[in-house]
Design a protein around this ligand. Structure first.
Ligand code: G3P
Ligand code: CA
Length: 262
């Protein structure tokens, strides 16, 4: 079903305005009116689920090495904000820029006082067996979100480029919706089949640029579509013309402002 206007999701919490994957970024995006947020999750050495995009720590913290090689306590001692220009320009609460675990993010979203959508992208699906998905579903169960109800304070959708990860979610939590992320359109998807009961197709903006009618084609094949990562005016024009169900952006406010004018 196509919504009246696309849902707007803050990619990595809205990675443009504030340091990605910090609670400060997520809260700002929601204050700005985003319908939901996108979060990449990785596993720590001691089995914690943390919101970090890269395999390594080097780009987004003052640490170095693999996220999966550190414990939660080691990661918690790092600075995940100073690398971003906004960290110096704005007074951000220390509590809002430390390591964000998925559990902290869920807790903060649950306390927002209005329903919020959370897109969780599981990274490294083959490296640790089913551990990421298993721990994710365990957390969702603890928060009562594994069997979604319309009045849940947080509506969780899991995303992956890997059919393997979608299959695990389907097995562990069949009622949790999933997004199949794609850089190309596999033939089966074009014919109307997403892997393992996925409900939503997630084409990247590079795919949309190279096949400008791809969102319409995916809709015609019966899929909802969430497009990532839409940050620039020409891309937004291209995507909006095809009425996607969701737009994932590092600049959610820019997208929301634009939607108000439509
Ligand atoms: O929303 C999907 C998008 O986040 C996938 O790419 O590399 O930013 O995780 P990436
Ligand atoms: Ca992602």
């Amino acid at each position: 079903m196509t919504t009246a206007r696309p849902l707007v999701f803050a990619h990595r919490g809205g990675a443009d305005a504030l340091p990605e994957h910090t609670l400060a970024a997520y809260l700002r995006a929601l204050d700005d009116g985003a319908d939901g947020v996108e979060c990449d999750v990785r596993l720590t050495r001691d089995g914690g689920l943390v919101c970090v995009h890269d395999r390594r720590l080097d780009r987004t913290s003052n640490g170095t090495g693999l996220v999966s090689g550190k414990t939660l306590a080691e990661l918690d001692a790092l600075d995940f904000a100073s690398w971003h220009p906004a960290a110096a320009a704005e007074e951000l609460l220390a509590e809002h820029v430390r390591l964000l675990t998925l559990e902290r993010l869920l807790g903060a979203l649950r306390d927002r006082g209005r329903p919020v959508r959370l897109l969780v992208e599981t990274k490294h699906p083959s490296r640790y067996g089913a551990e990421v998905e298993r721990r994710l579903v365990e957390l969702l169960r603890r928060y009562g979100l594994a069997e979604p109800e319309p009045d849940d304070p947080v509506r969780v959708t899991v995303m992956s480029f890997a059919a393997l990860a979608l299959r695990r979610i389907r097995r562990l939590a069949p009622a949790v919706p999933t997004v199949y992320l794609m850089r190309i359109v596999p033939p089966g998807v074009a014919r109307g089949h997403l892997p393992f009961g996925s409900r939503i197709a997630g084409p990247g903006i590079a795919l949309v640029r190279s096949r400008p009618q791809v969102v319409s084609a995916l809709r015609a094949a019966g899929h909802q579509t969430y497009v990532w990562t839409v940050n620039e005016e020409p891309d937004l024009d291209l995507v909006l013309a095809q009425r996607p169900d969701g737009i994932i952006s590092d600049r959610p406010k820019f997208v929301l402002d634009r939607l108000e004018k439509v």
